[in-house]
Design a protein around this ligand. Structure first.
Ligand SMILES: [Zn+2]
Length: 564
């Protein structure tokens, strides 16, 4: 059963073989049931049907989705996952819709530019108020807007930016490798891999920290990871967790502008965008007042929304361990009904993430049949509002039903591989935690190699529901798909990725098609089943590897809880 041979190449994977082998010896034979591709397709056909209206939080689509999932878990015989005896965790959200009748004006002396909403920029406020206005706020270019002490990097240099409109670049500062200037320095911001400093969510958080009036990100397809059309889609109703301060600590304005318009703004203000962008990639960079101002008014309509995570529990078989959990997550939500594209207004989200949600149900089914049953408990958590910056999983991670110190791992499923089997397995953020070793061991048993994210510059580790768990300290795994499709040309993975990002990602055309090939996805799910099961039965907790940004937090948490 255990194959630790030359198909394994990485050192980490060899260590994983040792983990797997020791585990296999200790446990004896385990029967893992098969996961059915047809069952997943059946779930997708329901969840991504027009009747579910794109599964927006707070919509009729949510009601139908929640009812469907609760029924699935109930029929499987899983326990209600909430300690109040229900399968529901309430997630109070506020929905803020900005009136699209807004424009953004830049002014320098007697010259001015007016940007058109959607075509040139998208902006919103996360403040829970009817109206926000900036009147001639001074524009200041702050480069990448990064303050990262561990890389001796500070784009702000102590400049007071309160009340200013900050213009920021997306992505990490691209610092050349001193040894080979043709590539990025792997020791600064992870080289090609995106760190959290590159994420747009981080940039807006910095705007709040600097007490800025607003933050405008300059959209560039490469560093952002998606085309401007995706940014344009960010313009509808925005959800947030309902916080006591009504988000008044956030910058009043958050938004994006198209690259061309940024260049025009810099030119009008007498600056060269490309030259300043180059400076911004150096430690010497300091904020550059553009000598121009920005004005904008945003009117909001507001509503509070009771959204919900669905949570089901399979109780562990070991009396001493059943209060400890392994969590599987998948987000059930998508964008609902929105701006029409080619006449279609329903954002069905078949791949993203009806597929992962269906997989979550089927993983739960498999766990009810695995023999012997797992010693620790398994939690199946279908979360809301992932598309609104991971709100449902963030809510759970901040208000866990079962203590995080006794939660061994979070394993996330977001968008299955629908393109067939792969010779390898992609582990996003490979090398972060011991869970990667478990994944490598299970992959080796499938005679698959393990590889890192082929596009680490897109920051995949920060972009789905495992991340809020990681941020709180819980080791978290996001693995699936691969870069080498069996029987396909070497660039096939890149082709399908690019085609999907350009045509279907967050578009109404993300629908179920009969040509989906779940062969690879089924292998991934069998693997994730084994990983979670083995963690649930292991003698020791999985840990973060040294040097990861989450390790200290976990150790502190375990210490405080007296786990060690
Ligand atoms: Zn998505």
């Amino acid at each position: 059963m255990q194959r630790c041979d030359r198909t394994v190449r990485a050192g980490a994977a060899l260590a994983a073989c040792a983990v797997g082998a020791a585990w296999a010896q200790a446990q004896g034979a385990v029967t893992f049931p098969a996961v059915s591709p047809q069952a997943i397709v059946d779930h997708v056909k329901v969840l991504a049907s027009d009747a579910f209206e794109g599964r927006a939080p707070g919509s009729r689509g949510e009601e139908r989705t929640i009812a469907y999932l609760v029924e699935q878990f109930r029929v499987l015989g899983l326990q209600p996952g909430n300690t109040d005896g229900t399968y529901i965790q309430k997630v109070p959200l506020v929905g803020v819709t900005a009136d699209p009748a807004m424009s953004l004006a830049f002014e320098k002396g007697t010259t001015s530019q007016t940007l058109a909403y959607r075509d040139d920029f998208v902006a919103w406020t996360r403040r829970v108020v009817d109206r926000v206005a900036l009147d001639d706020a001074e524009l200041v270019f702050v480069g990448y807007g990064v303050a990262a002490p561990e890389f001796a990097w500070d784009d702000y240099k102590g400049v007071d930016l309160s009340g200013k409109m900050l213009v920021m670049l997306v992505g990490d500062p691209p610092v050349p490798d001193p040894a080979d200037p043709s590539r990025l320095d792997p020791k600064t911001f992870g080289g090609r891999a995106m760190t959290y400093y590159g994420r747009w969510t981080y940039k807006f958080e910095m705007g709040a920290e600097k007490r800025a009036a607003g933050v405008l990100l300059v959209h560039e397809t490469g560093p952002a990871g998606y085309p401007f059309s995706v940014v344009q889609g960010m313009g509808g109703e925005k959800f947030d967790l309902l916080t006591p301060d009504k988000n008044m600590a956030r910058a009043a304005i958050e938004g994006w502008m198209a690259l061309d318009r940024a260049k025009q703004l810099f030119a009008m203000a007498g600056h060269d965008f490309e030259a300043l962008k180059k400076q911004a990639a150096t430690r010497a960079f300091a904020p550059v007042p553009l000598g121009a101002t920005a004005s904008i008014v945003i009117r909001n309509s507001l509503r509070t929304v009771d959204s919900h995570n669905v949570v089901a529990r399979l109780e562990g078989s070991d009396q001493a361990l059943k209060e400890e959990h392994v969590v599987y997550t998948a987000h059930w939500d998508h964008f609902g009904i929105g701006a029409p594209v080619n006449g279609d207004r329903i954002y069905n989200g078949a791949l993203d993430n009806a597929s992962g949600t269906g997989a979550l149900v089927e993983l739960a089914r498999a766990f009810t049949k695995v023999a012997p049953p797992p010693r620790r408990s398994i939690l199946f958590l279908a979360v809301t509002a992932e598309e609104q910056s991971l709100l449902g999983s963030d809510f759970y991670a901040r208000h866990p039903i079962y203590p995080l110190a006794r939660t061994l791992a979070a394993i996330n499923v977001d968008s299955l591989n629908i393109y067939g089997r792969t010779a390898d397995l992609t582990v996003v953020g490979l090398g972060n935690s011991d869970l990667d070793d478990y994944a490598a061991a299970a992959a080796a048993e499938q005679r698959r190699r393990v590889g890192g994210d082929p596009e680490p510059e897109r920051g995949g580790y920060y972009r789905s529901d495992h991340f809020p768990f990681a941020r709180q300290g819980v080791p978290a795994l996001n693995a699936g798909g691969g870069s080498e499709f069996i029987g396909r040309p070497p660039d096939y993975a890149k082709q399908i990725r690019e085609a999907y990002t350009a045509k279907h990602y967050h578009q109404p055309s993300d629908e179920y098609r009969p040509d989906w090939d779940l062969g690879g996805a089924i292998e991934d799910l069998q693997l994730l089943l084994k990983v979670g099961y083995r963690v649930a039965n292991a003698d020791r907790y999985p840990e973060w590897k040294g040097g990861t940004e989450f390790k200290a937090r976990r150790e502190q948490m375990l210490k405080e809880a007296g786990v060690r």
